[in-house]
Design a protein around this ligand. Structure first.
Ligand code: BES
Ligand code: MG
Ligand code: ZN
Length: 499
């Protein structure tokens, strides 16, 4: 599945397909003009005869004779490039990938722009490749190879650019980012009979090979730490819970505090527990570990590209099942922070897991700020749909920075409130709080409000990614399935503000 990428100033070997990217100027530039000449003017003919439809995203497939061989050439029209930035360039790459025939195994990309101010040519080239790579992801491990007609055969991409070594420099961190994204998508796609809490903790342990420090707490250690909220959720399942912590320190200072601690909800399957969910669509709850999947993929990307920053992470891994041992609605549990919680609804389990994971993260790492990610509520999907994740924060600077990284990467968020006007929402008659809202709406805020109780007033942001973790249909940068939303956003956030 891995695709070899190369940057060159002229094509090295014959490829199955040549892709020519044209913008609205329809100017060929030197390289494409000479290619055009080599193939008897096939590209300029397509332009002059108006066979090429000049609508953004349209493409035209041509077959050129050259001696005895036939060369397929695909012209891809991008429209205006004036306002192109890295996010749009990524998406062009992804769209181009979708236009490639499935049988192609190697290709060369040509482009001719030099009039854009926001992005230089070499970065554009790197981003085109990055977009193609992101879109090329598949999860076909359970399909018979012989029946696998939907799988693309692409093994090699080459892009022609003036300064190949500079383009390569832009691309090299992006390759590691892709690997993080692929890992997250793999984890999110994996079914829950395979990806149990223990199996997921073992996936995190593999990151040790990259220089990440990984520690796994087993059941007796979790009990010793009195993580009563997380344990309450885990009680109904025969699969034991795990809590995993990870540290990447790419700075010279081994004593520094982590700039950020990322915390992820890792519910490997959410049946709802005794407050059981309806069966229609319940299979989706295999990706209720999406927050932890993003955290693990992000750590892989940061360590892979040797980010010069100190980051820590914690994921809480449990399965939420109904059984004779499961917790009941009305049960009171005590979290490791000492807070008592009345469990009104066993399906509001993510916040219970996060209560203990966040407490552990702050006590263990003393991070400067904490960002948690969770597929926490159906309510955030009602508010924002699959277009944006919900952002909640007690700190304007942190919230604004995350928002801006979202705009830059295209993994967009929208801030929703967690102010004190919502304090009463989680008040319980018999415990310090209960785990659902009072039933008067603002369900995503109730979830955030609950998590906030465990943040010890450090700068904190919560990303409710329930609507963006899994895509029902193909998009420019991913096929239907796990999106890994959050990995690219937070990689950029870390890079822009801490490196
Ligand atoms: N994992 C779900 C939230 C979810 C729903 C994620 C749909 C992805 C798609 C979460 O554990 C849950 O069940 N939340 C409840 C909370 C309620 C009981 C307060 C919900 O949103 O209905
Ligand atoms: Mg639930
Ligand atoms: Zn859940």
């Amino acid at each position: 599945m891995s695709i070899k990428v190369s940057f060159a100033s002229k094509p090295m070997t014959k490829k199955d397909l040549l892709i020519v990217i044209l913008d609205e100027s329809l100017e060929l530039g030197k390289t494409i003009a000479s290619l055009d000449k080599e193939y008897n003017g096939i590209i300029s003919n397509a332009i002059n005869s108006k066979t090429l439809i000049t609508k953004k995203g349209s493409s035209l497939s041509l077959f050129a004779n050259k001696g005895k061989t036939i060369q397929e050439i695909l012209i891809y029209f991008v429209g205006s490039i004036k306002n192109y930035n890295i996010e749009k360039a990524d998406r062009i790459g992804g769209s181009i990938f979708s236009s490639i025939p499935k049988t192609i195994s190697s290709l060369t990309v040509y482009y001719a722009f030099n009039r854009n101010k926001k992005i230089i040519n070499e970065e554009f080239a790197a981003r085109i490749i990055h977009g193609m790579k992101l879109r090329s992801y598949t999860f076909y491990k359970y399909k018979l190879k012989s029946k696998n007609k939907h799988h693309h055969s692409l093994k090699e991409i080459e892009i022609i650019t003036k300064e190949p070594s500079l383009a390569k420099k832009y691309y090299s961190p992006l390759k590691f980012l892709e690997e993080g994204v692929y890992l997250t998508r793999d984890l999110v796609s994996e079914p829950a009979n395979v990806l149990t809490p223990i199996a997921l903790s073992e996936e995190a342990l593999k990151l040790k090979a990259l220089g990440i420090k990984v520690e796994v707490l087993n059941l007796s250690q979790i009990k010793r730490l009195k993580m009563g909220a997380l344990l309450g959720v885990a009680m109904g399942s025969s699969n034991e819970p795990r809590v995993v912590s990870m540290t990447w320190n790419g700075t010279k200072n081994s004593k520094s505090k982590p700039e950020v601690c990322f915390v992820g909800k890792g519910v490997t399957f959410d049946t709802g527990g005794i407050s059981i969910k309806p069966s229609g669509g319940m299979q989706d709850m295999k990706w209720d570990m999406g927050g932890s999947g993003v955290v693990i993929g992000l750590m892989k990307a940061l360590a892979g590209r040797k980010a010069k920053v100190h980051i820590s992470a914690v994921v809480g891994l449990v399965e939420n099942m109904p059984s004779g041992k499961a917790q009941r609605p009305g049960d009171v549990v005590v979290a490791s922070s000492g807070h008592s919680i009345e469990v009104i609804n066993t399906d509001a389990e993510g916040r219970l897991v996060l209560a203990d994971a966040v407490t552990y993260a702050i006590n263990k790492f003393k991070p400067k700020r904490l960002i948690d990610l969770a597929t926490l509520t159906g309510a955030v999907i009602v508010s924002l749909g699959p277009q944006r994740a919900g952002l909640f924060s007690n700190n304007d600077e942190l919230a604004n920075n995350i928002f801006n990284s979202g705009e830059k990467t295209g993994e967009k968020v929208w801030r929703l409130p967690v102010g004190e006007e919502y304090d009463d929402d989680i008040k319980s008659d018999i415990a310090d709080m209960h785990n659902v809202g009072s039933g008067r709406g603002a369900g995503a805020t109730s979830g955030a409000k609950f998590i906030e109780q465990f943040t010890q007033n450090i700068p904190w942001a919560h990303l409710d990614i329930a609507g963006v973790t899994w895509a029902k249909s193909n998009s420019e940068l991913y096929p239907a399935g796990g999106t890994a939303f959050g990995v690219r956003l937070l990689n950029t956030y870390v890079k822009d503000f801490f490196e």
